[in-house]
Ligand binder design. Structure first.
Ligand code: FPP
Length: 263
């Protein structure tokens, strides 16, 4: 088979086992991704297929997120980033935007206790200042209450856009240059990395996108430089432990070269 065809097949993997026990036996715990990023796509389609309002799909999507968060903590994955609301999502009908904002507040209030008990430090990445006050309060509460967690970092991307993230980093760096704290020649990849919302975290090793979407969609553009992509037709509300474990097994079957050659 041509190499390109092998890689395309690997991006969707149809031949993976479907039971948790077998999948777990295939996993090498010493080679788990340190950081997994997910785009929670397909909530609307999931609801429409059932003749339900899109909001029901988002609510079911929040349940999937909960399951995957706790699985990551259980497996020992260090960081999970989940795309909850993009800077482009404001273009959706106002009822849907309001529903998603309220859902975040509800999610924060309902999940905070368990996140804290499980050692899951929750951070929100994005332009949080652009969020409605009650959402901003929920963000601050979640971050404050869970800040002692050391088992898993959960990054929720809310009002997030990767291009805006880069703009914000460039503005901050330009400010430091203007203030005489930094020389232009000192700006390198590490300096940019420390000015992104994800400063201090490893780049994602694996990015999962459900609902058979092949786009990047303005999510972690800088950080995805060497990330492995896994795409599945499963819609996010149907995405569960088995689907996540399949993505991990697929990831571990790949050979990562980071632009070099493996001999
Ligand atoms: C994309 O699916 C999904 C979103 C824009 C929202 C994702 C939000 C959640 C899963 C809610 C849970 C998160 C928190 C933190 C409360 P889509 O609506 O574009 O689906 P479609 O492509 O099928 O229309």
């Amino acid at each position: 088979m041509l190499k390109g065809a092998v890689n395309r097949r690997r991006a969707t993997e149809k031949d993976l086992p479907r039971d948790e026990k077998t999948l777990r036996s295939l996993l090498d715990p010493s080679r788990l991704p340190r950081h997994v990023a997910v785009i929670m796509d397909g909530n609307g389609r999931w609801a429409v297929k059932r003749g339900l309002p899109r909001s029901v799909g988002h609510r079911a999507g929040a349940d999937s997120l909960r399951e995957i968060v706790h699985l990551c903590a259980e497996l020992g994955i260090g960081v999970l980033s989940a795309y909850a609301f993009s800077t482009e999502n404001w273009r959706r009908p106002s009822e849907e935007v309001n529903f998603l904002m309220n859902l975040f507040v509800e999610y924060a209030g309902r999940e905070v206790g368990e996140l804290k008990r499980n050692g899951i430090r929750t951070r929100v990445i994005g332009r949080v200042d652009g969020l409605p006050p009650e959402v901003l309060d929920a963000v601050r509460m979640l971050e404050e209450e869970t800040r002692e967690g050391t088992r898993l970092v959960l990054n929720l991307a809310v009002n997030y856009g990767a291009r805006w993230e880069i703009v914000d980093a460039v503005r901050a760096i330009a400010g430091e240059v203007q203030a005489g704290k930094l020389e232009p020649e000192e700006i390198d990849e590490a300096v940019i990395g420390t000015h992104l919302y994800t400063a201090g975290l490893p780049d994602p090793d694996l990015r999962i996108r459900p609902a058979a979407e092949f786009r990047v969609s303005n999510f972690l553009l800088w950080q995805l430089a060497y990330t492995e992509f896994y795409i599945t037709p499963v819609l996010w509300p149907d995405f569960g432990r088995v689907d996540f474990l399949q993505a991990l097994v697929s990831y571990q079957r790949r050979e990562r070269r980071f632009g070099g050659v493996n001999r």
